[in-house]
Structure formats: structure tokens, C-alpha cells
Design a protein around this ligand. Sequence first.
Ligand SMILES: *Cc1c(COP(=O)(O)O)cnc(C)c1O
Ligand code: SF4
Length: 335
Amino acid sequence: MPGISSGRIMSARTLRSAADLAEAGLLPNAAVPAVERVGARYSIAVTPAVAGLVDRADPADPIARQYIPDAAELLTAPHELADPTADEPFTPVKGVVHRYPDRALLKPLLACPVYCRFCFRREAVGADGGVLGEAELEAALAWFARMPAVREAILTGGDPLMLSPRRLGSILGRLSAMPHIELLRVHSRVPVAAPDLVTPALAEALGALERPIYLCVHANHAREFSPAAMEALGRLQRAGVVLLGQSVLLRGVNDSAEALEGLFRAMLRARIKPYYLHQLDPAPGTARFAVPVEEGRALLRALRGRVSGLAWPTYVQERPGGAGKVPLGPAYEEA
Ligand SMILES: *Cc1c(COP(=O)(O)O)cnc(C)c1O
Ligand code: SF4
């Protein structure tokens, strides 16, 4: 894959199959045949950094639960959708999603350092990379250039930090040079899932832009903020990148007031402002992660007053059919 930092992340040490996971002691042998079937449908990847965070003695480990496939993924519930956020109808050119007047997504590739079992784009992301070709990337950048109302370019994917610093820097530099682009944003799991990819060269590429750049880090549990992740985040922050956090409310990962408090406090210690807590999108085979909205609201209500207001994210849900994100509350009545 041209332009991807393949040397390290694609190394043999990232676990990419049921057999790899079993060999590493992350999957019981009895589960291998079923997980092979899951792997034929949805990509598997567990980086060494993530494998090192798993507590193998805990069968309900919140890190393992996010990444280790389960036979339940083969069952699609009646309400689950292949494209739950409805990106497709809002795609004017390949790799771009334009749903709101002032901002648009650019997906330069569809590979990630890890594959989350609850991913809302799981039908699209995968190890084959989905990298935009040169002509496709030019067409996507040309689209941004002719959209003066679009003030913010949001790189997502896949994970944009999987690109080489040179390629990522070049894409962001081109966007940053457009007079109407005031703001750049990147959504990524790399700082917590593959912190070794956050090299000085990458931080330099992100820090060298004319426009402000916000990095929205996806993390769902306090333990994801390992010493290596903290170092990666510090490097980005010192380069001038503003750090935000986004999390998904997940059964068995962060569905308690204690877990959410721990997560948001860990973010603040890493100089990250928690931005969004997402309600799970109904992607196929993700039902085991679902937490009802009422329960989510009650969890947030339990945190109010107990943690710094800085720790408080907006709880949001993607409305079906591409209607966009809406805040879910909790709402407060006047006393
Ligand atoms: C989520 C999303 C955004 C960003 O929305 P914010 O509320 O600004 O974080 C932009 N475009 C699309 C298509 C999105 O799905
Ligand atoms: S890192 Fe993001 S896009 Fe990639 S698998 Fe996880 S949730 Fe999906």
C-alpha cells in the first residue's frame, strides 16, 4: 500500500487471525473455528501495544472485549444496518462525506491499526487498505477547493495516522492552503492503539500547518492510556495539536459510572478534552455492545457534580438515514 507506514504497523507482530490470537493466548483454542468465520467477514487486528494491555486473567477484560472477535458477530440483528451513519448518500466524490454545510469528511484510507469489534464502518474498513488512488485523492481535494462554504476538513477513515508522515503532511498541507479552510481535524485511534507510529516526524508534519489542527482521539477505557500512549499524546500536544477525546458507550467496556469517570479523568490527565460520548451505531453483529439510551443518560447524570465539568462529553447519537448527530442529554428540569 503506497504511502502507508507499512514497515512497522504491518509487522508480523500485529495479530491478524484467529490462529494468531490463539497463539498469543488471547483466544481459547475452542473458539478458533468460529472466529475464523468472523475473520472471513470482518478484519481482525490487535497491535502489540494493545495485546500488552490485555489482562489475560480476566475473562471480561474491557480491553480484550473491544478487539477480540466473538461468534456473535456472525448474527445480524433485524435493526442493524450495513451503513448505519448513511455515509454513502452523502458522498459527492469518492472518499468525501458532506452532511453539514460548514464541514466535510475526507477518508484517505480505510485501514486501521486495530479493528474494533463494534466499529460503525466495519463493512467498509479493513486490512486491504482502501487507500484513495492519486487521481481519486486529487478529485477529493478538488472538491474541497471548490466548496467555499466548507471551513473544516475532517480526516477520518480508517485511521489517517496510518499514512506516512510525508503523505499525511502533504494532504493536510494542501487543505490548509485553501483560503476557505479555517480548521483541520483528524480522527484517530493510533495514539492509544499504536503509539509507536506517533514519531517525531509525524508530530512535526501535524505541527507544521498554517491552520489550527484538532486531533480527536478514540479511546473507551482508562487503561488505554498506557505510558507509551501518554508519550505519543504529549508529543502531539507539544507540536501544537489540540487534543479532543471521543468514546463509544459500550456494554462490558465502560458501562458504569466508575469506568466512565476513570476514562474521562485519564483523558484530562493526557491533556485531552472529552468531546463526544457516542451511542453505539447499529452496525451488523454488534448487539453485544449495546447500552440503552436511558441507561447512558443515567450514567452521565451520575457523573454530574462528581467529576470536573471539563470531563463531561456531549452524549450523541447518529440519527438514521444521515440526519446527523443529535445530543441525547441528559436533560435537566428547573428545580
Ligand atoms: C460526525 C460528522 C462530522 C463532525 O461532526 P461534529 O459534530 O462537528 O463533530 C462531520 N461530517 C460528518 C459527515 C459526520 O458524520
Ligand atoms: S479505529 Fe475507528 S474506524 Fe477503525 S475499526 Fe476502530 S472504530 Fe472502526
